[in-house]
Design a protein around this ligand. Structure first.
Ligand code: PLP
Length: 395
């Protein structure tokens, strides 16, 4: 054995070898801190959905499902998108079931972008986008969101400036992780215009499509003129039904785009989550009321965390959806979000993640920290008590 192990990871994956989530979760565990770093809920989804999954196993649905996903789930996804967005997907050719939204994202980029072509990301961005672009041998260009008061807004000039003749795809995520921003219908409309003008493909990550607060509405990009034919819409059961461990997602779009996503997906996992697929079909069809209650309870949790962060002396950005709020730490004399997050578990027993890890320009984002509020009320209240001691524990 050599004294210093060589790094055998291929060069294009080396920058993505470790994630801050693993580091912060390990810190949270070792300090017995409340983990507001990773965005997973700590309560279960609808009981009838859980029962359907158990029944599916008992009924013997334990072998490979069909490559594109079980018909019952593809039909339920299509019916749901027709009911909520008026989008009419043909379930056999325009809906593909994937191993979470994560696989849909990777497969869409691998199946639709040639090596050397460019993909535009809006930063901060969900970490799997950059890794998937790298896997595809493509080139990423990132466009920062702009701050306007306590909101984040899309910088349309910067977006236009990032597009070159080599740009093949634009990745859009609204409601947005990590900022919680929900793009307005004007912003979504402007994205659509730019995509049509430059003939871009769009990967629309809508995993938080249901989780929008204060009467906001989510605009699905594929509903806009000229967009259906160029958009792969991705969503998942994870954030809608509190089942991040089931890894059931889907990609929807015109058949020529979905064919490309399937071509990549079938050699990544082929299929996944057999007995969970009928359970998610059941939930999409019968548990929309549960989802609305989830949304309302998350809005209340957002308010609880917001008050606690303000009480801690932080400047909180306004979040309109998702599981997250972002706060600026300069108001309490801190300037380095990574260092702040590394010390936070020991200082007050709470873990969070620095927003800079979701960007290509860490120095521009280094004063922002993301906190997740998808936790049980008593957990969130205790986190709030601990956060409020932050002013007193300045170090
Ligand atoms: C959680 C999340 C995903 C991944 O969803 P899975 O279904 O768990 O793979 C994708 N995109 C965003 C923005 C997320 O927050």
């Amino acid at each position: 054995m050599p004294a210093t192990p060589r790094n055998r990871t291929v060069a294009r994956l080396r920058p993505f070898a470790s994630t801050i989530f693993a580091e912060m979760t390990a810190l949270a565990v070792s300090q017995d801190a409340i983990n507001l770093g990773q965005g997973f809920p700590d309560s279960d989804g609808p009981v009838s959905m859980l029962d359907t999954a158990r029944q599916s196993i008992a009924d013997g649905l334990n072998q490979y499902p069909p490559g594109p996903g079980m018909p019952v789930l593809r039909q339920a996804v299509a019916a749901d998108r027709l009911a909520r967005y008026g989008l009419d997907h043909e379930p056999d050719s325009e809906v593909l079931i994937t191993v979470g939204a994560t696989e849909a994202i990777s497969a869409a980029i691998l199946g639709l972008v040639e090596p050397g072509e460019e993909v535009v990301l809006i930063e901060p961005y969900y970490d799997s986008y950059a890794a998937s672009v790298a896997l595809a041998g493509a080139v990423r260009r990132s466009v920062p969101l702009a701050r306007s008061g306590t909101d984040f807004v899309l910088d349309l000039d910067a977006l236009r400036a990032a597009i070159t003749p080599k740009t093949r795809m634009l990745v859009v995520n609204t409601p947005h992780n990590p900022t919680g921003t929900v793009f307005t219908s004007d912003e979504v409309g402007a994205i659509a215009e730019i995509a049509c003008e430059h003939d871009l493909l769009v990967l629309s990550d809508e995993v938080y499509e249901h989780l929008v607060f204060d009467g906001r509405t989510h605009t699905a990009l594929a509903t806009l003129p000229g967009m259906y034919e160029r958009t792969v819409s991705v969503s998942s059961a994870a954030k809608t039904f509190n089942v991040t461990g089931w890894k059931i997602g889907w990609a929807c779009g015109p058949s020529e785009l979905i064919d490309a996503v399937r071509a990549a997906k079938q050699y990544m996992s082929f299929v996944g989550g057999g007995p969970f697929q009928p359970a998610i079909a059941h939930a999409l069809t019968h548990e929309q009321k549960w989802v609305k209650e989830l949304r309302d309870s998350l809005q209340t949790k957002r308010d609880v965390l917001y008050a606690a962060l303000v009480g801690a002396g932080l400047d909180v950005l306004s979040g309109g959806g998702t599981y997250y709020l972002c706060a600026d730490i300069t108001g309490i004399g801190e300037h380095d979000g990574i260092d702040f997050c590394r010390r936070l578990p020991q200082r007050i027993g709470v873990a969070a993640v620095p927003v800079s890890v979701f960007t290509d320009h860490p120095q521009q984002w280094n004063t922002l920290v993301r906190f997740a509020f998808c936790k049980r009320d008593h957990v969130l209240e205790e986190a709030g008590r601990r956060l409020r001691t932050l002013g007193a524990s300045r170090s």
